[in-house]
Every structure is written in C-alpha cells, then in structure tokens.
Design a protein around this ligand. Structure first.
Ligand code: AMP
Length: 562
C-alpha cells in the first residue's frame, strides 16, 4: 500500500498531514508528489476538484522551497477568490511546522495595500487570481522573474472565465527554467494549446478519467415552462423518495429561493452559496455529508470543494451557460462503482443546448416526462410499504402493548387495517397530488420567443455604468472577469450587458448595489483605474429613447448631479 512515508516528504510535512487526518495519498498525490520533488519536468494533470490536487502540488512545492530565501519562489494561479483562499489555507495547514515559510493570497475585491504589505514581508509562495496577480506585477510589488514553480490550478476554468490574456502576460515575465504544473478537470482544445504554449516535454497524469465516471451516470432532460420549474423539481424529488443529491442553480438568489421553498414544503434541504460565512458553509456541508440534508441546493462555485461520493442524483435546476460546468456537476454522481442520475430541467428555448451537451458528453441525453401525480403517489406508497416490510420490530417493547392494541383494532378487517395505516402517513401526499397538473411543456419550442436580448426582470437589476467600452477592447467575457476580480460576493446575477464605444452598461443584481459600489472604490483593471457605478440610465428607459445617444444623457445627468 502506498503511504505518505514512501513519497520522500520531510518530517515536518508528514507530521502536518497526519494532523490533518490524511492516512494515505490519493492517486494524484501518489504520482505528482515524487515527480515534483525529484524532477523539474513540467506536469499536466487531469484531475477534478476533490481528488486531493492541492496537496499534490502544494506538498512537493513546500518541500522544495528554500526557507532562507525570502523571495517569491512559487506562484499558484486560481480562477476565483474562493479557490485562491482555499488553496492558501490548505498550504498554511500543510506548512504549519515548516518555520519560516510564508504564503500570501492575492485576489481582487479587497484592499490591495494589505496584500502589498504582506508581499513586502517576504513570501515564498503566492496564491493569486490572474487579475490581481498581474496588477501587482505591473505595480512592481510582486517579482516573478526568479520563480521556480508556476501552478495553473483549474486551468480550464481560468480559460473559460477569459483569463487567457492575463495568463499570457504573467507567464511572459517568468523564467524559462521554472517548473510548470497545470491542473485541469477537463481537457478541451484550448488546454491542449495552452500546454504546447507554456510547457516543454511534460509528464501527464490522469486521475479518475471523466469517461469512467461518466459511464455510471445517466443523463435525462425534462421540458417545463419556467413557472413550473419548482413544481417539477418537487415532483422529481418525490418520485425518488431515497434521493440524496445536489440541486444546481445558476445564481445565489435562485439558490436561496429554491432552498427556502423546499424547506417550507417539508424537505430536508439547505443551501450553499457565496453569501454564507465559512463557518455556515462548513455547517451545511457537514450536515449534508452526514445525510441530515437530503437535497442540497447550491451554486457551482459554492459546491466546489464539497466531496461526497454517494450522491444518487444531480438535478440541474437549469443548465449552466458553460457546458463544461455541466460535466463537473454530473460527475459528482456515479462515482466509484455507484450509479447516478443527472436530471436537467429546461424550457423549450433551452432545448437546443441538449444537442451540444450530447456532443460534449459523447452520449445520449434522453428525454423524459415529469411524472404525473399518480406515478409519484405510487412510488411513495410502495417505498413506504417496502419500509413496513423491512422494518425491524422490537418484540420486547411492542410486546408490552400488543394485546391491548389487538383488542382495540379487533373490529377492523385486515384490508381496512392496511388502508388506515397507509392513510395516516399518506393522506397529505394524496391530497397534494389529487389535482396535480401535467407539468410537461411543449417540446416544439413554439411557445418560446427567440430574442437576441435576454428578457430580464427590471425590478431585479440595477444598471451600472462602466467607463470602458469597445475602444478598450471590452467584451462580455472581459466584463465578467473584471466583476469576478473585484466583487467580494461571487455568483451575482448579471442581466444584459451592452457595450458601447467608450463605455458599457451592465445589469447586475439590485440587492448588492451598495456592496458593488464599495467593491469598486479605487478599483483597477489591467493596472488602470476604472469607474463602475450605478447609472441613472436603465436599460428600460434607454429603449424608449432609442435614437438618442445614451452616453450623452448620462453625461447630462452627471453634470446636473454635480
Ligand atoms: P482538493 O482536491 O485538493 O480540493 O481536496 C479535496 C479534499 O480532500 C480536501 O478536503 C482535502 O483536505 C482532502 N484530502 C486531500 N488529500 C487527502 C488525503 N490524502 N486523504 C484524505 N483527505 C484528503
């Protein structure tokens, strides 16, 4: 059996690992740790979150760090602030007994000054998001010319979030003899290109091939109207009484709403999203792991780091824009030798994504109907009956009462008795489903309007003005990236984005307006200050003044406000 002792790690690291309760290395650790300790060959690892990849690159880097040297020796780039913090915290715990090792986490949405101070104190390892890392390099506060290690963590995620330019700029300033370690959950063409661009003669490791896990997962989609999404979710949960799964939502607002409704309706449910503090998150995760929660409603980002092996279902309350995320979602079920189901709720307009999804998965995503009330009742009823058949009877304790009970029920026939026992548990269910309607929507797509501009609910969004537009090479991706880098809350709902020559208008979740304004005070993008503030100019009133230049109206208002 592989143990950590055989991998060549220092005593101090072995002792920390032991304290963390790691008994044996995960497959990726068993391969990557000796590789990085003993060679300087680049490494490409195909590994999903939850495989132990942080320790796979973190431990050997910490092992090889020159503690006497206070310059930056390793840069670890991560797509999000959350992952960045998670990786930095993990590295802190691994190095708890390595006196003199300093780790800095640098990410947007928080004071750059404090991060500069921390860097000045002499950190050998820097974990950062690409935007903030580049900003610090350009301000000459972060020297990367003599680093020995560069880690690209969740590289596919970084590319899909539009960080390619930032990565290019960062990598251009690093020495050619560094060791590059690239970790990616998926291997799209962009990653293959990235490898040939950034790495030389690399060694490859693949753990838990996607295909193997995908073999155990069945994918099915259901077509519903938006207004019936929640009712459809309930029916899917009810028709699988033993469900233990994650319901993925796109935004934190939706996540909260769905979980609240489920709790109100009596389900063992809770939500996991970016608004929770770390201790609240831990609490929810622990409850889920111990199965006190049957249905966890989560955003993609929040569910990262949650490693539960025996999920029966993943339910996609809606499809993610990026289908790679779907692959991550569905890969959370069907692990090991377990079977799993990934269920997708789509409306008729979203149907075309199913074809692209089938191409991506290389397997069929079958159409299924949301079950009707009768079917749900039948399933619930027989699950209950199975339980009655299999329940362990405590003869000693029941025996005390059995004569009395038998006497009392003497007047009922066997059939009448069964009916009554079933009804006690079941009446509420039956009455809920008695008048249940068909939730399946038309699959032809005729009932969906195709509109280039997304229909958004103007009550939900505030329109923000950004003083960057086409002239500054802004596109939706770069705007998302800017938001991701600056905002302290992640996963905010974004509505329409309109990009003009000199500026852009961005619809963003109204509930977070003040927080967004705070996050953008003194904000920078590519080393320059940017303005991002509420515009009095909503997308709605602009529509009614089509011919006028929106920017002109904004300027006029601004002057008036002075
Ligand atoms: P990661 O893939 O690095 O995000 O790690 C996923 C989870 O697995 C984290 O909670 C780690 O603390 C945990 N973990 C990593 N390596 C091991 C190990 N060898 N044994 C037990 N747990 C581990």
């Amino acid at each position: 059996m592989n143990t950590f002792d055989t991998l060549g790690l220092k005593e101090e690291l072995l002792s920390s690992i032991k304290n963390l309760g790691f008994e044996k290395p995960t497959p990726i650790q068993a391969e990557a740790i000796p590789h990085v300790i003993s060679t300087d060959r680049d490494l490409l690892a195909t590994a999903q979150t939850g495989t132990g990849k942080t320790a796979a690159f973190g431990l050997p880097i910490l092992q090889n760090i020159d503690i006497e040297d206070k310059s930056v020796q390793a840069i670890i780039l991560c797509p999000t602030r959350e992952l960045c913090l998670q990786v930095a915290t993990d590295l802190q715990s691994f190095s708890a007994q390595l006196k003199g090792v300093k780790i800095a986490a640098v990410y947007g949405g928080t004071s750059i000054e404090n991060q500069i101070k921390k860097l000045k104190s002499g950190c050998q390892v820097v974990v950062g998001t690409p935007g903030r890392t580049l900003d610090l390099i350009r301000r000459n506060k972060l020297q990367i010319t003599s680093i020995r290690y560069l880690v690209l963590d969740e590289a596919d995620e970084m590319l899909s979030m539009g960080f390619q330019d930032d990565l290019d700029a960062i990598l251009a300033g690093t020495p050619s003899d560094k060791q590059t370690l690239l970790f990616s959950a998926t291997m799209p063409k962009a990653i293959v290109n990235m490898c040939s661009k950034y790495m030389q003669d690399h060694h490859s490791i693949t753990v838990m091939s996607e295909n193997k896990s995908a073999e155990n997962v069945t994918h099915a989609y259901f077509v519903v109207n938006n207004k019936d999404r929640y009712a459809a979710l309930k029916r899917l949960a009810d028709v699988h009484p033993e469900i233990f799964g994650i319901v993925f939502c796109r935004t934190r607002r939706e996540t909260k709403e769905v979980a609240e409704k489920l709790i109100q309706d009596g389900y063992n449910s809770d939500s996991l999203h970016g608004d929770l503090s770390q201790s609240q998150r831990d609490l929810v995760m622990n409850k889920f792991r111990s199965r006190q929660i049957q249905l966890l409603v989560a955003t993609d980002v929040a569910a990262r780091g949650l490693d539960v092996d025996d999920l029966t279902h993943v339910i996609n309350y809606n499809l993610p824009d990026d289908l790679d995320l779907y692959v991550h979602r569905s890969g959370r079920t069907g692990r090991g030798s377990n079977k799993g189901d990934s269920l997708i709720l789509v409306n008729s307009r979203e149907l075309r994504s199913i074809k692209s999804l089938e191409k991506k998965l290389g397997k069929k995503v079958s159409y299924e109907k949301i079950p009707d009330g009768m079917e749900v009742c039948r399933k619930q009823l027989f699950t209950m009956i199975d339980k009655v058949e299999n329940v362990e009877v405590n003869e000693d304790q029941i025996g005390v009462f059995i004569d009395e009970i038998s006497k009392k029920l003497d007047w009922l026939s066997r059939e009448e008795l069964i009916k009554r026992f079933v009804s006690v548990e079941f009446n509420r269910f039956l009455s809920y489903y008695k008048k249940s309607k068909d939730l399946n929507a038309d699959r032809s797509g005729k009932d969906g309007k195709d509109s280039r501009r997304r229909e958004t609910n103007s009550d939900q969004f505030a329109t923000f003005f950004l003083n960057r537009g086409r002239k500054h090479k802004m596109n939706p991706k770069s705007i998302f990236r800017l938001l991701d880098d600056q905002l302290s809350s992640k996963g905010l709902e974004i509505g329409n984005i309109e990009i003009f020559k000199n500026h852009s208008l961005v619809e963003i979740d109204k509930d977070y307006q003040e927080e967004i304004e705070r996050d953008f005070q003194n904000a920078t993008y590519k080393g320059e200050e940017v303005t991002f503030r509420p515009s009095q100019f909503t997308q709605k009133n602009r529509k009614s003044r089509k011919k006028k230049n929106p920017h002109r109206k904004f300027r006029k208002n601004r002057r008036k406000n002075k």
